[in-house]
Design a protein around this ligand. Structure first.
Ligand code: BJW
Ligand code: ZN
Length: 255
C-alpha cells in the first residue's frame, strides 16, 4: 500500500497509510529502524546522491575509498574537514527527535536504531541504542598503530598525525571497498524485529541495504519513509512519501 501519488499532505489516502503504519508499530514487540542521509537533510546536511550531493565536483564514490586516500590524502581530508566543520552549524531536526520519543515509548530492549549516517545527530538528539554502521565523523583512526580517538568538533590540520606514533590519521569511517566492523554489523543484523522502519535512504549501498531484506526474511512488517520511491519500496508494506521531519512526528502523535 503506497501513497505514491503526491507529496505528504492531509489527504485521506495519506491518513490511511499513516494509520496502517501506526498499527504495525503497535503490534510489534520489537522495532528496528534504519536511517540514511535523508533524515538529516532537514537539518541542512546534503544527501549523497541528491542535488548538491557533489563535493567540489567529486562524487562520494571518488573520495570515500582507501585508494583515494592513498592517492591524495590531502584531498580526502579536505572533504572530511569540510564535513566536520559543517556539523558545527547543524542541529537534530523533528525527525531525529521523533525517533528519540519512539525509543522512550518502547524502551531500550524493544528498540534499535541502526544508522548509516556519520553525523552523530541521532545521539545529539538523545537516542541511546544507536548502531553506527559507517563510523563517525567525530572519530579518527591511526593508519600506523590503529588507535581510535574521538576528536569531536575540534578543527584538525589538513594532514593530521597520530600523537602516539606520528603516522597519518584517517577518518574512522567505513569507505567503499571496506568491510563494516564485525561488531556493528552483528549488532545490526541480529536485531530480530516484527517491524522495520527504513527512513531517508536510497537503499543502494550494501551491506546496509540488505538489512531490509533480512527483516523481510524474518517476516517483519516494513515501513518506508522517504521523499520518493526506492528499491526498498518494493519490499515495504507501507510507503510514507514525504519529509521525515514531518512524517515521523505525525506517526508518533498517533501511536
Ligand atoms: C529524504 C529526505 C527527507 C532526502 N525525508 N527522505 C562497485 C564499486 C565499488 C563498490 C561496490 C560496487 N558495487 C557494489 C559495491 C559495494 C559497495 C556498494 O554497495 N556500492 C553501491 C553504491 C553499489 N559497498 C561497499 O563498498 C561496502 N563495503 C563492502 O561491500 O565491503 C566488502 C568487503 C568485505 C570484506 C572485506 C573487504 C570488503 C562499504 C560501504 C560503505 C559506504 N559508506 C558511505 C561513505 C561514508 C563516507 C562518508 O559519509 O563520508 O556511506 S557511502 C554513502 O552512502 C554513505 C552513506 O551512509 C551511504 C548510503 O547513502 P544514503 O544514506 O542512502 O544517502 P543517499 O544520498 O543515497 O539517499 C538519501 C535518501 O534520502 C534518498 O532516497 C532521498 O530521497 C531521501 N531523502 N531528503 C526523507 N527530508
Ligand atoms: Zn598511531
Amino acid at each position: 500500500m503506497n501513497a505514491n501519488d503526491g507529496s505528504w499532505s492531509n489527504h485521506p489516502k495519506t491518513d490511511d497509510t499513516l494509520r496502517q503504519a501506526v498499527e504495525m508499530l503497535r503490534q510489534a514487540e520489537r522495532v528496528a529502524v534504519l536511517t540514511g542521509a535523508g533524515i538529516s537533510a532537514e537539518s541542512g546536511l546534503p544527501t549523497f546522491r541528491g542535488a548538491g550531493g557533489l563535493w567540489e565536483g567529486h562524487r562520494v564514490e571518488d573520495v570515500a575509498t582507501p585508494m583515494a586516500f592513498h592517492r591524495d590524502p590531502s584531498l580526502v581530508w579536505r572533504f572530511y574537514n569540510a564535513r566536520r566543520a559543517g556539523l558545527r552549524k547543524v542541529q537534530p531536526n523533528a525527525g531525529h527527535h521523533a525517533l528519540v520519543k519512539l525509543e522512550e515509548r518502547l524502551g531500550g530492549l524493544r528498540f534499535t536504531l541502526i544508522t548509516q549516517n556519520v553525523d552523530g545527530l541521532h545521539r545529539a538528539a538523545g537516542s541511546k541504542q544507536v548502531v553506527e554502521l559507517h563510523g563517525s565523523l567525530a572519530r579518527v583512526r591511526c593508519t600506523g598503530c590503529w588507535a581510535i580517538a574521538d576528536r569531536g568538533q575540534e578543527e584538525l590540520p589538513e594532514l593530521p598525525r597520530c600523537g602516539q606514533c606520528g603516522e597519518l590519521l584517517r577518518p574512522d569511517i567505513v569507505w567503499f571497498h571496506e568491510a563494516l566492523p564485525g561488531d556493528v554489523w552483528n549488532q545490526a543484523a541480529a536485531r530480530a524485529c516484527q517491524c522495520f522502519l527504513v527512513i531517508g535512504t536510497s537503499g543502494i549501498v550494501y551491506p546496509a541495504a540488505g538489512l531490509v531484506e533480512l527483516a523481510r526474511g524474518v517476516e517483519a512488517r516494513v515501513i518506508e519513509v522517504n521523499l520518493e520511491r526506492t528499491p526498498a519500496s518494493d519490499l515495504a508494506d507501507v510507503s510514507l512519501l514525504g519529509p521525515s521531519g514531518h512524517v515521523l512526528p505525525r506517526l508518533l502523535e498517533q501511536l
